[in-house]
Design a protein around this ligand. Structure first.
Ligand code: NDP
Ligand code: MG
Length: 389
């Protein structure tokens, strides 16, 4: 952080989403600590304009260029600079107008701006897990070279990160990622075959964007998180375990070499890990509801049902094989989820699409960044062909 600024200037990439809007609430609660200097969205011009008027950022970016003039006009009486297009996201990510990027764009679209920020020496609070799923080796290597901290926002990884504070010299035996199990916990394929988008979007413990809600229902989200954990904490796949914990009170755990286990607990509220990542290494006060352990009757744990929730199995395969396979898995999944959300394919069809794309796209053991981009493009194209999008 630039020493001349006492207020940390946050660049929220994806400010109109679930994470982005909650981050803005955190900023509004702590105007002495944070300001929103960059706000970006894909196409939600109305919300972006509203946010810009309220938070007075230095810059806004709208990816959909057809909406540029509308945003520009609406903000013409302000000092806010308006940019449009995918390239602008990367250009702004490299500018010295903010101290910390909150990477809250959903999906592959978040990769390039996030990588650009890291390459420009900007610390990143990372919500966009797909960035690490697609090109984790290159992203982490760049962060090491540029000495840039990547602070996780994903609740599980924030929990692990918090457990590791003060433990840097102590090797990890394993991490245990907890999973709520999603809305279809305990269900079998004969039920899942008929579920529709409205039902799949109803998560029991968290309110999130559409894509991650579907990923949570299929357990793909937990698979993506295993890959995310591998890169963030430099783990071997065998050190990453998933445990279903329906109450979502334990956000994840770390087991050390002496068998001791540390966990981070709290009520499920994304504003906590968002605030933690933004304020790190400080903890700041808030008025959010506290966890009352007298009211929590039990904390339960069970094995994930990988036979039913096959997407988790596919993600584990990608985690184990590495190379471009996680990138291919992610691309196929983004297309499959998009098609499911538009009622073009059924819930279980998503798995078939991903599996067939993973079989089809040639394996590359150590891809370059260009090869990751190509693998992503090829996988999307083949997935779209299969679905006849
Ligand atoms: P949302 O769908 O709610 O928001 C996504 C944001 O990204 C919006 O601002 C959206 O703009 C923008 N966006 C979407 N597509 C593009 C694109 N092609 N180019 C540029 N910007 C784009 O997602 P969430 O907030 O739920 O999730 C964001 C990330 O955080 C994901 O990677 C998710 O996995 C991760 N995460 C989310 C959690 C949650 O609780 N929501 C928890 C843990 C991780 P617009 O509104 O204009 O479409
Ligand atoms: Mg998570």
């Amino acid at each position: 952080m630039n020493q001349t600024h006492r207020v940390k200037r946050i660049g929220i990439f994806g400010s109109t989403g679930s994470i982005g809007t909650q981050a803005l609430e955190v900023i509004a609660e702590h105007p002495d600590k944070f300001s929103a200097e960059v706000l970006t969205c894909n196409g939600n011009d109305d919300l972006l304009i509203e946010q810009a008027i309220k938070y007075k950022p230095n810059i806004v970016v709208i990816t959909d260029e057809s909406k540029y003039l509308k945003v520009k006009d609406a903000l013409s009486a302000t000092d806010v600079k308006v940019f449009a297009g995918e390239k602008a996201l990367e250009e702004v990510a490299a500018m010295d107008v903010y101290d910390l990027m909150l990477a809250a764009i959903v999906g592959y679209a978040g990769l390039k701006p996030t990588l650009k920020a890291i390459d420009s020496g900007k610390p990143v609070a990372l919500a966009n897990k797909e960035t690490l799923v697609v090109a984790g080796d290159i992203v982490m290597q760049t962060a090491i070279e540029k000495r840039v901290p990547i602070i996780p926002v994903d609740s599980e990884h924030s929990a692990i990160f918090q457990c590791l504070v003060g433990e840097m010299r102590n090797p990890i035996e394993k991490v245990i990622l907890t999973a709520s199990g999603g809305p279809f916990l305990g269900r079998k394929p004969n039920y899942l075959v008929n579920v529709k988008r409205e039902h799949a979007l109803q998560h029991p413990n968290w309110t999130m964007g559409a894509k991650i809600s579907i990923d949570s229902a299929t357990l793909m989200n937990k698979g993506l998180e295993m890959i995310e954990a591998k890169w963030l904490f430099n783990l071997h796949p065998s050190q990453i375990e998933v445990l279903i914990h329906p109450q979502s009170i334990i956000h994840s755990m770390v087991q050390f070499e002496d068998g001791s286990v540390k966990a981070q607990l709290g009520l499920p509220d994304m504003k906590l890990p968002i605030q933690y990542a933004m304020a790190f290494p400080q903890r700041i006060t808030n008025e959010y509801p506290r966890c009352d352990f007298r009211k929590i009757k039990s904390l339960t744990f069970e094995e994930p049902d990988i036979r039913t929730f096959k997407n988790l199995g596919l993600a584990i395969e990608a985690l184990n094989k590495g190379g471009n396979l996680p990138c291919v898995l992610n691309a196929a999944n983004e297309i499959a989820v998009y098609a499911f959300l538009r009622n073009r394919i059924g819930f279980l069809d998503m798995t078939d699409v991903i599996e067939r794309v993973m079989e089809k796209i040639p394996f590359i053991a150590k891809p370059s960044l260009e090869e990751y981009f190509d693998s992503d493009g090829d996988a999307r194209e083949y997935a779209a062909d299969l679905i006849k999008l």
